[in-house]
Design a binder for this molecule. Structure first.
Ligand code: 2U9
Length: 341
């Protein structure tokens, strides 16, 4: 019996040594230790032995079984380790390879222009205020001296959501909100950048969606001279220290008097060129003293308070500054265009 067991252990050892995979190992385990294995028949035979022989033979069988189990366990560890080694080899990162180059992004020319305008005003002590793009008819029009039947509403033909809600047509409602919030009637100096919407056919110079920056100052002593000084400073910071400005009378419902502001041409210095259509001047924005009706509607007594406001289209400023001849280029996300600025 002892010989039989030794030879069984020996052949199991040989077979286990040749095993390469987990499945093969399971087959060998079944063959030597499974229900139909020789071992099992040895175990079955124990009951036919005498009570003296049984413990001795039982011990031998157990020892042999333990040896085979040990070979199987060792092999299992070996197969698993090999598998991990293979995976590690396959997944090794070659740190000697150069990294993949990636493009470093930068700010869009419109964002740059807004920030440049913001910096100028923040330098003058203004606070930046933002507000919702979906606005009420009341804040977008009525509080700005544009009642429901006002003909000037046509100029801002709009995207209505309901009778009373629309996509804002200018950032002016943000100023209205700031005036209403200002219950203590503290002096106010704010700029309101943001996206606005108007029903317009898109072409080289028009877009149904564009950006504005509007500024508002309200105080007891604010005058048209303050507005003029602010406009001159703004024009020089944006277009160069040698610029002059020119104010032309205009009309906006929310300002009275209203002006359109031209800057002396920064290309020809006023001599006349294609940029300024030979006039020497380029229109850059609109402005005016806040209309008394607007002050009253927001709870500011026009006998005590007065203020000025100005508004500009950011795209127009960016196009002038950077020589861009089609507004649509600003929205197309073409990297060949975007990366130029
Ligand atoms: C309040 C009072 C007055 C804002 C103003 C303009 C003049 C103006 C245009 C420039 C080009 C719009 O983008 S554009 O088409 N804007 O000319 N905007 S004064 O006046 C206000 C705003 C808010 C409470």
């Amino acid at each position: 019996m002892e010989k039989k067991l030794q030879s069984l252990v020996h052949s199991a050892k040989n077979e286990i040594e040749k095993v390469m995979t987990m499945n093969q190992l399971l087959d060998v385990k079944a063959k030597y230790l499974g229900k139909k294995s020789e071992f099992n028949s040895f175990m079955q035979g124990l009951k036919d032995l005498s009570s003296e022989e049984r413990p001795l033979v039982g011990k031998l069988i157990n020892e042999a079984k333990q040896q085979i189990s040990q070979f199987l366990d060792d092999k299992k560890v070996e197969i698993e380790r090999k598998k991990i080694d293979q995976l590690l080899k396959a997944q090794t990162i070659d740190i000697s390879l150069p990294g993949r180059a990636f493009n470093l992004g930068h700010k869009h020319v419109l964002a740059k222009t807004v920030e440049e305008i913001e910096d100028i005003f923040v330098g003058l002590g203004y606070v930046v205020k933002e507000g919702p793009e979906v606005e009420s008819d009341k804040y977008n029009f009525e509080m700005l001296n544009l009642p429901k039947d006002h003909p000037a509403r046509e100029m801002q033909d709009s995207f209505y959501i309901t009778e009373e809600l629309l996509l804002r047509t200018h950032t002016s409602p943000v100023q209205v909100r700031s005036l209403l919030e200002n219950v203590d009637k503290e002096p106010l100096k704010i700029i309101c950048p943001g996206v606005v919407y108007r029903k317009d056919d898109d072409d080289q110079t028009h877009s149904h969606q564009f950006m504005q920056v509007e500024a508002l100052v309200v105080d007891k002593t604010t005058t048209l001279a303050d507005l003029k000084g602010t406009l001159l400073l703004l024009a020089r910071k944006l277009f160069g220290e040698n610029r002059q400005i020119r104010l032309r009378p205009s009309y906006f419902p929310f300002t009275e008097p209203s002006v359109e502001v031209d800057v002396s041409c920064f290309k020809c210095n006023g001599d006349g060129c294609s940029m300024c259509k030979n006039t020497g001047w380029i229109e850059i924005l609109g402005a005016g003293m806040v209309n008394n009706n607007v002050l009253s509607a927001a709870g500011f007594d026009p006998e005590i308070y007065q203020g000025f406001a100005l508004g500009m289209g950011v795209e127009r400023i960016a196009m002038l500054k950077y020589g861009i001849d089609d507004i649509r280029l600003l929205y197309q996300n073409d990297l060949r265009f975007n990366s130029q600025f």
